[in-house]
Design a protein around this ligand. Structure first.
Ligand SMILES: Nc1ncnc2c1ncn2[C@@H]1O[C@H](COP(=O)(O)OP(=O)(O)O)[C@@H](O)[C@H]1O
Ligand SMILES: [Mg+2]
Length: 286
């Protein structure tokens, strides 16, 4: 990726953060792909730009539900013109927020770790569900299943709502839960009209200097969510992968033990993955 004349302050699995001033930072989405919390050696060309465009679309569309980390500034306000031009599709000038220390996961359907949990316990993250639900079935109501926010290299762990309250306080926990369910519900209803089922997703929030809950990071991308093509949806089986699930399925089938390093991903899997990310962007925003 092209050089950036700001000071780097953090490098996450996918995004790099750069210092602008006390209130703002530049968030740049790379082409790195993380699966099972391990960063793959092979980048997915164009992925960072696509993710940023999808997030920006949702930030704007959902802004009436709660404030987001947009500052209103563009990369041209904080970078030399040549750098700004190279990064404009993958970078945003964001408010520097104090992260809320949980990941806000919302589920509308039964899949992934939720499905495994349900088969074992009849509940998902301690939320009891009716018996007899099948894989990929829509839940009777949208549920909030928070997890911890792991440090780099660690895995996030599901926690109960009571644990979430212990970590961030019961008032904030209720607000995070209610806003997360509202964001998911509106987005899922919209996506359905575009042929995409949003099975589940993860939101991240921060507090601004006034303590106002603010939506940050990325929103409703194929990285932070399970997107299913609506026309191939069928109860009782894991729907065909739309997005990162593609790489995840390949990795699962490879027999990898999910400890770094991950195996090298074949070129055709990379190509198909880029195409899927682009398809998601086009379907949602066209
Ligand atoms: N507006 C913001 N203010 C402060 N931190 C933010 C903001 N937006 C995103 N972040 C944080 O920046 C990091 C983004 O990098 P990412 O690659 O997604 O990290 P991770 O590996 O933790 O998923 C995350 O730790 C996220 O919580
Ligand atoms: Mg992240």
């Amino acid at each position: 990726m092209s050089a950036i004349s700001l000071q780097k302050i953090y490098s996450g699995k996918v995004r790099d953060l750069y210092h602008i001033d006390d209130k703002r930072m530049l968030m740049v989405a790379s082409d790195r792909l993380s699966a099972f919390d391990v960063i793959l050696d092979d980048p997915i060309p164009g992925k960072g730009e696509i993710l940023t465009q999808i997030s920006n679309f949702w930030f704007a569309k959902l802004a009436h539900i709660l404030p987001n980390h947009f500052t209103g500034d563009t990369v041209y306000d904080v970078l030399p013109e040549n750098e700004a031009r190279a990064l404009e599709k993958r970078a945003v000038v964001a408010k520097k927020l104090t992260p809320v220390k949980v990941e806000a996961i919302v589920r509308g359907y039964l899949a992934g770790s939720g499905w495994k949990d349900y088969q074992k316990t009849g509940a998902v993250c301690g939320i009891a569900l009716p018996p007899g639900l099948q894989e990929a079935q829509q839940l009777p109501e949208v549920i909030f299943t928070p997890s911890t926010k792991a440090e780099v290299g660690d895995h996030d762990e599901n926690i109960s709502y009571a644990e979430c309250e212990n970590i961030i306080g019961s008032e904030l926990a209720a607000l995070v839960r209610d806003k997360s369910i509202a964001l998911y519900s509106e987005a899922a209803a919209y996506a359905q009209t575009r042929g995409i089922i949003i099975c589940d997703t993860k939101f991240e929030f921060g507090l601004d200097e006034d303590g106002t809950l603010t939506l940050m990071d990325e929103v409703l991308t194929p990285d932070s969510s399970r997107f299913w093509p609506a026309d191939q949806y069928q109860i009782g089986m894991s729907p065909p992968s739309f997005d990162k699930q593609f790489v995840r399925d390949w990795l699962e089938a490879s027999g990898w033990n999910k400890q770094a390093p991950a195996p090298r991903v074949p070129q055709d899997i990379i190509d198909k993955t880029v195409a899927k990310y682009r398809e998601a962007l086009d379907l949602l925003t066209a």
